[in-house]
Write a protein that binds this ligand. Structure first.
Ligand SMILES: [Zn+2]
Length: 679
């Protein structure tokens, strides 16, 4: 059941905060219930749905005007604010209604011309539908339960049984002027209805107040929820399917998908969901048939494409040839779909990437496939809802969504394409960066720096609390794992964990390290071996595991090592640290030599005197005193006379990740020190 989350005290608080103008008070409540709807993933997800209210305002000249506030594109209902509901002059919009037709471009232009604030975002493509209905408040959602009902052929009879004459049915028409007129005509024929079900699309409710319209939305969804619960067929006992291993499947699939994308485009990123209701659904005997039916609401096709890529048998186990065949078959079918439908549209279309946005893998689950982690997450969320809709629709009839050409029109609709964003993606968009020592000063700074260039970030660290703090700062699409890198298997585990989270690895920043001191003549073997475990073998094991994944992906990659100036410019009593770092310095060249043919570049950074876990404030004070200078002078003791910070090291890693023709290179980041200079 969907919860009614309206709270009188919260509503009153927002009205009080809005000031004396009744229009602003109405808008405050409009924002409030929009957020209540947007905050419930069973009502709307990821920019779906829209809301509006009609108010009276005075313009600059003091004339009274009727204004429609309607959701602006680019805003999400769950986090919307007043500027996300741009005001449009209502009367000029109503004058459009008698037109026989209005192109999308002309419609958008009319909406923009009538904005109260010319800098507002574009009003929703469903603005005219909101305008042509008379109600003060209108709510539109893509609720899971309503989508199940909207996609069965028996929809009319069921709606009549459940709602009598209070909910009207609008046949499927693509959003825009035509749908707006049709919905208004349906309403005018039955002016007492309190809601409308748009076949194959979604649900509208309306009322005189924000509260009434919201209550109607929740109540109507719950009537359908109760009906579905009563009719739900018990899940057929699932076939036992040996779960395929994502560590094997994902890198090979990334490689197979990359062959159908632009040569320079990043490989796709994945987001796996393995919830029980998904694996149970994928074990159904009719799973393959259901995969071909289409999407629950047309919007989804923009994010998920259709149909999902279904992987079974050798392909699901990561067999490269089988995956190539499966991906090629999907691409061929997509090209055929494009060629069948493109000639039927008014203007010429350019084919999108012939690669899927969603995969179904029986035994494993579903995963979103996107150009970065966020896009993959959105696709996975919608893919999960899609499966719940199919399951519920099948329990009350048959899941029969919109026809192929209607789907094509939405996928290739210029206004929908605009939602995907324009412009060149950032340089590291879609690259997965695995960073060890990820919660330390340099690790965190590097994570921020590569993320700023568009990369998705997976952190490995030995300390849970520091890792949690670092991940929280990076936002919801970052991943991480706690591992002790001195364990023999930790490198493999780190790369496997990153692969399960994002699909593979494109950039390794092997950064974790720790210093051990002591004069060589007194140094015990245990200390030296312990230092070698972390400062050499951990680098070797991470590199080995990451390079194997990169080879499977077949699109190059970058290995980056945090070496140290100690590798070539030893400090007294730092042999236990410098020796393994010298070996790691050599590792850069050895890997560069052996991986160049795979297009994998290998570089390192020699940094010195960075405030971090390796060089604490107490150590700085001690060393400064030993040299008879204050701590600031000590930290600025280099040719440039400036302290070197973690962010400078991070920027060097980014530069090396981007330097397309640079391999076997070690970059010095120490503010200048001739003794430590290379060559
Ligand atoms: Zn809609």
């Amino acid at each position: 059941m969907v919860e009614n989350r309206w709270r009188d005290d919260e509503a009153q608080r927002l009205v009080d905060a809005a000031g004396a103008d009744p229009a602003d008070q109405a808008l405050a409540l409009r924002v409030y219930t929009s957020r209540l709807i947007g905050g419930d993933p069973d009502l709307v997800m990821h920019g779906g749905g829209n809301t509006s209210c009609k108010v009276t305002r005075r313009d600059l000249l003091g004339d009274e005007i009727r204004v429609l506030h309607v959701k602006g594109s680019g805003w999400d209902l769950g986090s919307i604010e007043a500027p996300g509901l741009p005001g449009v002059r209502l009367d000029p919009l109503l004058r459009l209604r008698p037109l026989d037709r209005l192109s999308d471009e002309d419609m958008v232009n009319q909406l923009r011309c009538n904005l109260l604030d010319s800098s507002s975002p574009n009003p929703s493509v469903e603005t005219l539908l909101h305008a042509f209905l008379p109600h003060a408040f209108i709510d539109h959602s893509h609720a899971t339960a309503m989508l199940a009902l909207a996609n069965v052929p028996e929809v009319e009879a069921i709606v009549r049984d459940l709602f009598g004459d209070t909910v009207a049915i609008v046949p499927y028409i693509m959003p825009g002027f035509g749908l707006s007129k049709a919905a208004a005509e349906v309403f005018e024929a039955k002016p007492d209805v309190t809601g409308m079900l748009l076949v194959n699309h979604g649900h509208f409710t309306f009322g005189d107040t924000a509260r009434v319209s919201y209550d109607r939305m929740i109540d109507q969804v719950n009537v359908v929820e109760a009906f579905l619960a009563e009719r739900a067929t018990p899940r057929v006992a699932a076939r036992a399917i040996e779960p395929p291993k994502p560590e094997r499947l994902f890198p090979a699939l990334r490689g197979a998908l990359a062959k159908h994308r632009d040569r320079d485009a990043a490989m796709p990123v994945f987001d796996l969901r393995s919830a029980e209701h998904l694996t149970a659904f994928l074990a159904r005997d009719d799973m393959t048939d259901l995969s071909t039916r289409g999407v629950a609401t047309p919007d989804h096709v923009i994010r998920t494409k259709a149909p999902p890529l279904v992987l079974q048998g050798a392909a699901a186990d990561g067999d490269c040839d089988a995956l190539d065949r499966a991906v090629a078959a999907w691409a061929d079918a997509y090209r055929a779909y494009f060629e069948r439908n493109a000639p039927k549209t008014a203007e010429p279309k350019t084919m999108l990437d012939p690669t899927p946005g969603l995969a179904w893998v029986p035994g494993l689950g579903i995963f979103g496939i996107g150009s970065n982690a966020k896009a993959a997450r959105v696709a996975a969320d919608l893919g999960d809802q899609q499966i719940r809709v199919i399951e519920q629709a099948e329990s009350i009839g048959a899941f029969r969504p919109i026809k192929e050409f209607d789907l094509f029109e939405t996928e290739y609709w210029s206004l929908e394409q605009a939602k995907l964003g324009k412009g060149k993606p950032p340089a590291l968009n879609g690259r997965v960066a695995l960073i060890s020592g990820g919660a330390g000063a340099i690790g965190r700074a590097t994570a921020e720096a590569v993320k700023a260039k568009g990369a998705d970030v997976f952190l490995v660290d030995a300390d849970q609390a520091s890792l949690d703090a670092a991940l929280a700062a990076l936002g919801r699409d970052a991943g991480g794992a706690v591992l002790d890198l001195t364990d023999r298997d930790a490198g493999d585990e780190a790369v496997a964990a990153c692969t399960r989270r994002f699909g593979g690895v494109d950039i390794l920043v092997s950064n974790a390290g720790a210093a051990w001191g002591g004069a060589m003549v007194d140094l015990d073997d245990d200390t030296l071996r312990t230092s070698f475990e972390l400062n050499f073998f951990a680098h070797q094991h991470m590199a080995q595991a990451a390079a194997k994944v990169m080879r499977t992906q077949g699109r190059g990659g970058v290995l980056l090592f945090n070496v140290s100036k100690q590798a070539i410019n030893p400090g007294k009593n730092f042999g236990a640290y410098g020796l393994p770092k010298a070996a790691t310095f050599f590792l850069v060249r050895q890997y560069a030599l052996e991986l160049g043919g795979d297009g994998i570049r290998v570089n390192g950074v020699n940094a010195d005197r960075i405030r971090s876990g390796l060089l604490t404030d107490a150590m700085i004070a001690e060393r400064a005193e030993a040299r008879g200078v204050d701590t600031q002078r000590y930290m600025e003791g280099n040719l440039l006379g400036r302290e070197v910070e973690a962010r400078h090291v991070a920027n060097a890693f980014v530069d090396l990740a981007l330097a397309e023709r640079t391999t076997a290179h070690v970059m010095t980041v120490d503010g200048g020190n001739v003794e430590a200079a290379l060559r």
